[in-house]
Design a protein around this ligand. Structure first.
Ligand code: PNS
Length: 178
């Protein structure tokens, strides 16, 4: 019999989701029966992918995983947790530098809702340098991200930046200055 119980929320911006996130979700699924990936709708933060696009992308990544669901929320995370009947928030801790922000957030959430517990999980060491922000930067500058994100994200990044390019002839190559 499985010892997994309850529903955990894995909240974040996921702009875009990375293999580091997937690592945490897989770890979460070993402990919890159900994991809800909850995307924060944040009108103040400029994001590359819209909330709808992020929901779509993550749904595609987890289409064969009945214990994972994808949702978006606005307002307080603990209110959302209570609304969906989750008593656990899962967060990934990559490095000491994450700790202060995560610690503050966990304690504030506990202050707001003592019945909701935050559980920290550490991704595999080789993801400790990985972030959505760096994935976007590396991709934009022509670096490979194939080993850092699921294939659907790489495809959507390509489409996003291709669509963002202004129409017209591609810029001429500049002749080398000697
Ligand atoms: O991936 P991120 O951007 O680090 O995720 C941050 C997130 C979404 C977990 C956090 O910003 C959040 O929970 N926002 C909801 C608003 C809220 O509840 N604020 C008070 C908690 S300190």
């Amino acid at each position: 019999m499985s010892s997994r119980t309850g529903t955990a929320i894995f909240p974040g911006s996921f702009d875009p989701i990375t293999n580091g996130h997937l690592d945490i979700i897989e770890r979460g699924l070993k402990v919890f029966e159900r994991v809800i990936i909850a995307i924060l709708v944040n009108a103040e933060k400029r994001s590359l992918f819209t909330t709808e696009e992020r929901v779509e992308i993550i749904r595609e990544v987890f289409k064969g995983s009945p214990r994972v669901s994808v949702d978006s929320f606005s307002g307080l995370l603990v209110d959302y947790a209570q609304r969906v009947g989750a008593t656990v928030i899962v967060r990934g801790l990559r490095a000491i530098s994450d700790f202060e922000y995560e610690f503050q957030m966990a304690l504030m959430n506990r202050h707001l809702a003592p019945g909701v517990e935050t559980v920290f999980m550490m991704p595999a060491e080789h993801y400790s340098y990985l972030s959505s922000r760096l994935v976007k930067e590396v991709f934009q500058l022509g670096g490979g991200v194939g080993s850092l994100v699921p294939p659907v994200v790489e495809r959507r990044l390509r489409e996003k930046y291709r669509d963002a390019r202004p129409p017209g002839p591609s810029p001429r190559k500049r002749s080398r200055v000697r």
